[in-house]
Write a protein that binds this ligand. Sequence first.
Ligand code: NAD
Length: 298
Amino acid sequence: MIKKVGFIGLGIMGLPMSQNLMDAGYELTVFDVVAEQVARAAAYGATAAATPKEVGANSEVIITMLPDSPIVEAVLEGPEGALVGMTPGSILVDMSTISPSAAIKIAARLKEKGMHMIDAPVSGGDVGAQEASLSIMAGGDPEVFAKVKPILSKMGQNVSLVGGNGAGQVSKACNQIIVGLGIAAVAEALVFAKKSGVDPAKVRSALLGGFAQSRVLELHGQRMLDRNFEPGGKVRLHKKDTEIAVEAAKELGMYLPGNALLSQLWNSVAGMGGLDWDHSSIVKCIEQLTSVEVTPGE
Ligand code: NAD
């Protein structure tokens, strides 16, 4: 039974996920470049490490929850990287959202060293991370997945192995296409209601329960009405996820028109200075082009 778990990346998602593991009785060794986040995890009972290498040396399973592929690779490689501390047989579970090709490359690198890798990105946002109700979509070897599934089950409710390494990240890219276009659709609908002189808050309530019902309409629709663009899921990260799908589509030689449009909407929010806003802020682009603001009332 695995007891010693390492956790690198204690941000909006990683900190509550690490706390759920401690609640479940796992012994955690943690690292983040932001000392304040490490202090929060340590106050909850984790052992603070000075480097990723130290996390690797103290853990049977190392979880990473980091912004993007270059940062995941930087944390693994180099003289203070996690790979130097990890021993053959240990398992890296990368729960960050990175490209499928980067996940496959990292898995191959670990295999060379007699180590294992599972890509296990998540969906469910900060609320799902806090409530341990994330959907976790994994890629990797079934025997290795079976070893880490009890750990993943303490952070999420719907934990599935989709295929080999990279398949978890392909699933996550699919998830982000649906969620991103869903946010854009909700934004467009609420702006349309407002411009038509109909209360967008009443439209949202009327649609919940019908065929347009979704978590996006429920949560992000409410955020748009409340003008609450505190993240949550940052534009910076969803923009990266959309670009992952755009790049993969280029490599696959395929048509991904909705996702391409989404990419332009993120560029526009970025141009408004919104990279660190919640991704529901996509509504601001559509509002600006329409000269209305989605606030409750006609
Ligand atoms: P975040 O920016 O809040 O957290 C990232 C953490 O990584 C920060 O604490 C940062 O200090 C740390 N970090 C950065 N560079 C580091 C390094 N070199 N070494 C150690 N730590 C480092 O991001 P988040 O929202 O927690 O997202 C993390 C990952 O989860 C991303 O890949 C994101 O796409 C994905 N994700 C986010 C959400 C969401 O709603 N926030 C939902 C699903 C998936």
